[in-house]
Design a protein around this ligand. Structure first.
Ligand SMILES: Cc1ncc(COP(=O)(O)O)c(C=O)c1O
Length: 383
């Protein structure tokens, strides 16, 4: 792939996005056409029908693959559509081991949809590689990891777990949404598949849904490409263009978000009303050493913390003025939410409680505002 020698910020701006050969336009064109003229049946310029392939989507897929140092990139209409494409690699009777505090929508997709098709699942805490090994059976085809996890920001040693899983003959899929390729590139650490909800850091502006799967395995890529066309959950050309536009500032945004999030996590640790802070950048965090090695010395833009009760969490959220009370994360503006009542409400209460998603848990997606304004907002809302 071109530009491999360039740094990530350069690739985010240039890979798949050279000046348009027909006009010289510096911005990538949005190709809205659904069908493409053929010189004779089956002879064409590489595009036939937009579900199978679209030039603007091709621009995006090339750029995304480059950012993850992957050979192949596929874009989907949402993060869950990307997750679905990965699960369609499996057959009835296959077993999946997965991270116990995954995003609630991922849990719902596994539990309420794919279980009906004969796939079985076991949840583990993969911060302990031995727990992954113990959960694997001779039917285990895939280990699904999220790191850092949503919402408890646990960090999985991707290198160690990938080696172990490959030794047992299964493949490793990593939902790397919380890290973005700026902080972590799981394929370099041994993962077979990387998944992002592009709706989050990749898009970065709370205005486009998307998902992506990246891999360097030619056979997996071919099967994913088949399902991308056969199932049809593709993003629109305009959404692809919005994502490409967002990617241009990915590194700037993410590094600023990391700086703001670290300052907020440290401040929260000193507050009497806060009983626990979850952020891998804190020395006190059990995942800190792995995160420092795996995430390039930055720790992401999401911070979770606990207050005494669900009522205390609710009134904190209602008092916020700069943070917006809303689901989602990874965008330029700061958001706050209650996982138990919002993003993770689809996980049954007893599982939430066992995993540690309490009613008093709050999740902040830290944006790029002036950090003093964010701290002042948190202070008045906690008071
Ligand atoms: C870690 C993670 N993975 C996947 C998803 C699903 O992505 P989407 O909402 O784009 O379908 C989300 C959404 O919040 C998420 O946080």
């Amino acid at each position: 792939m071109e530009h491999r020698r360039h740094g990530l910020a350069t690739r985010a701006l240039h890979v798949g996005q050279g000046p348009d050969p027909s006009t010289g336009a510096v911005g990538v064109p949005i190709h809205l056409a659904t069908t493409f003229a053929q010189e004779s049946s089956g002879r064409h310029k590489g595009f036939e029908y937009s579900r199978s392939g679209n030039p603007t989507r091709g621009n995006l897929e090339e750029c995304l693959a480059s950012l993850e140092n992957a050979e192949h990139g596929l874009a989907f209409s949402s993060g869950l559509a990307a997750t679905t494409a990965v699960m369609l690699l499996l057959d009835p009777g296959d077993h999946v081991v997965f991270t116990e505090d995954v995003y609630g929508g991922t849990f719902r997709l596994f539990d309420k949809v794919f279980r009906r098709y004969g796939i079985t699942f076991t949840a583990v805490d993969p911060t302990d590689p031995a727990a992954v090994a113990a959960a694997m059976t001779d039917r285990t085809r895939m280990v699904w990891l999220e790191s850092p996890t949503n919402p408890l920001l646990r960090v999985v040693d991707l290198d160690a777990v990938s080696e172990l899983v490959h030794g047992a003959g299964a493949i490793v899929a990593v939902d790397s949404t919380f890290a973005s390729p700026v902080l972590q590139r799981p394929i370099e650490l041994g993962a077979d598949l990387v998944i992002h909800s592009s709706t989050k850091f990749l898009g970065g502006h709370s205005d486009v849904l998307g998902g992506t799967v990246l891999t360097s395995d030619d056979a997996l890529a071919e099967r994913l490409r088949f399902h991308q066309n056969a199932v049809g959950a593709v993003p629109s050309p305009f959404d692809c263009w919005l994502l490409l536009r967002g990617l241009k500032t990915l590194q700037l945004r993410v590094l600023r978000q990391c700086d703001n999030a670290l300052a907020i996590a440290r401040w929260l640790e000193g507050q009497d009303a806060v009983t626990q802070v979850y952020y891998p950048g804190l020395d006190s965090n059990p995942g800190h050493a792995v995160a420092r090695r795996q995430m390039g010395g930055h720790y992401g833009g999401v911070v979770s913390f606990e207050v005494s009760s669900g009522d205390a969490a609710r009134s904190f959220l209602e008092r916020l003025r700069v943070f917006t009370l809303a689901e989602s994360l990874g965008a330029v503006e700061s958001l706050a939410e209650s996982p138990a009542f919002m993003t993770h409400a689809s996980i049954p209460e007893e599982i939430r409680t066992r995993v540690g998603v309490s009613d008093g848990l709050l999740r902040l997606s830290v944006g790029i505002e002036d950090v003093d304004d964010l701290l002042a907002d948190l202070e008045q809302a906690l008071a």
